[in-house]
Design a binder for this molecule. Structure first.
Ligand SMILES: NC(=O)c1ccc[n+]([C@@H]2O[C@H](COP(=O)([O-])OP(=O)(O)OC[C@H]3O[C@@H](n4cnc5c(N)ncnc54)[C@H](OP(=O)(O)O)[C@@H]3O)[C@@H](O)[C@H]2O)c1
Length: 337
């Protein structure tokens, strides 16, 4: 079988396609024929060494993959041959709070990931994927969708009629817009492009603000919310957006702090933080239980994930290069069928 391995960090020169033996499965494990993977900003951070992670070199990259179970160990009871499955982002975070044991074995940093033709995993690390989704759509779920779901569901689930703010048109942001509309929320969405604004409107965003034309966009957010501010910010920008997010949040509201794509920094001074009355909640993706709950909502709503572009397995380097060029809208997927 063939796999990609990220042998060196720093550039795509380090991503190599290699022939290797198909992995052997144990009693509690399943063998999966991988059908699709998706790229996340995290994968660029790993490549360029710009994230908070300390990845091992030489691993198969990518946290997000889906496929079909083609063989099972003798003690496997949760899945059968033919089942369609996804890997959970934190394979050993099953439910509740994430402790050190739950954070182990993450794909592409501590263990081999999904950019391969066949993969062996413990059955308990898998989640069944909704029947109505194609392989390519389902490959968008493990990181971006679960993160967007938890940005709105955790701490206090968003209530109908509340107003939320999303940032950009990447994988997490578009799922956040879609989930917020399912929950009956009003959405103010930021983007840098009029073309992408169209897509946000199609997905149900109620108001769009161009953050490049309006660097002090919190003023507009306040206008759109009659001075009150939003109940929740899905904080994707991080260093370059946090100050505006604090100025946009209603007293008692929350900033679900998950990303760091926006460079530059508007320094957050003490008084801005203090006067905002907002809670800042850093968090990381979610558990297997969260993934399963989200899938129930997907199945009921038949929500359509936004797949921006699909590349073939042989074009994986091109897919990474395209994703690195930051032109994409929605998810970039690699098909392995
Ligand atoms: N904590 C977690 O659990 C978790 C999980 C998933 C992702 N993340 C993080 O979340 C971030 C987004 O991930 P992703 O995979 O969705 O990224 P992505 O698909 O690469 O999307 C990035 C988007 O960010 C938008 N953006 C850039 N600068 C911005 C700014 N100044 N203001 C508003 N929007 C801006 C752009 O939107 P436009 O092109 O529309 O301008 C761009 O499309 C990354 O930092 C990633 O590491 C964290």
């Amino acid at each position: 079988m063939q796999s990609y391995r990220l042998e060196r960090f720093g550039s795509l020169e380090g991503l190599r396609l290699i022939d290797e033996p198909q992995p052997v499965f144990g009693r509690n494990q399943v063998l999966i024929k991988v059908h699709a993977c998706s790229l996340n900003y995290r994968d660029l951070a790993i490549l360029h060494g710009t994230g908070t992670l300390s990845p091992k070199a030489g691993l198969i990259p990518l946290s997000d993959g889906v496929g079909e179970v083609i063989a099972t160990g003798e003690a496997v009871s949760l899945f059968n041959i033919g089942d369609r499955v996804a890997g959970s982002f934190f394979p050993y975070w099953f439910s509740g709070k994430r402790d050190d044991a739950a954070a182990r074995g993450t794909y592409g940093t501590q263990a081999d990931g999904w950019l391969t033709q066949y993969k062996v995993v413990d059955e308990e690390t898998l989640v069944a994927i909704p029947d109505y989704l194609s392989w390519e759509q389902a490959a968008t779920l493990p990181c971006a969708a679960v993160t967007a779901w938890n940005s709105l569901q955790q701490s206090r689930p968003i209530q109908p009629g509340e107003c939320i703010l999303t940032q950009g048109t990447g994988g997490v942001a578009l799922f956040a817009v879609q989930f917020a509309k399912l929950m009956g929320a009003r959405v103010i969405a930021l983007t840098s492009s009029d073309e992408k604004a169209q897509l946000l409107t199609t997905l149900g965003a109620d108001h769009i603000i161009n953050y490049q034309q309006n660097p002090e966009w919190s003023v507009k957010v306040r206008e759109l919310t009659q001075g009150k501010g939003v109940a929740r910010v899905v904080e994707i920008g991080g260093p370059g957006t946090l100050k505006q997010s604090l100025l946009s949040t209603a007293a008692g509201g929350e900033i679900a702090l998950l990303g760091f794509v926006a460079s530059g920094s508007q320094a957050v001074d003490f008084m801005t933080l203090f006067k905002s009355g907002a809670t800042v909640r850093p968090f990381s993706v979610g558990s297997r239980e969260d993934f399963i709950a989200m899938n129930a909502a997907l199945t009921l709503s038949q929500l359509q994930p936004v797949v921006g572009k699909v590349f073939a397995f042989e074009q994986a380097v091109e897919a990474w290069r395209y994703f690195d060029s930051r032109q994409q809208t929605g998810k970039v997927v690699i098909s392995i069928s």
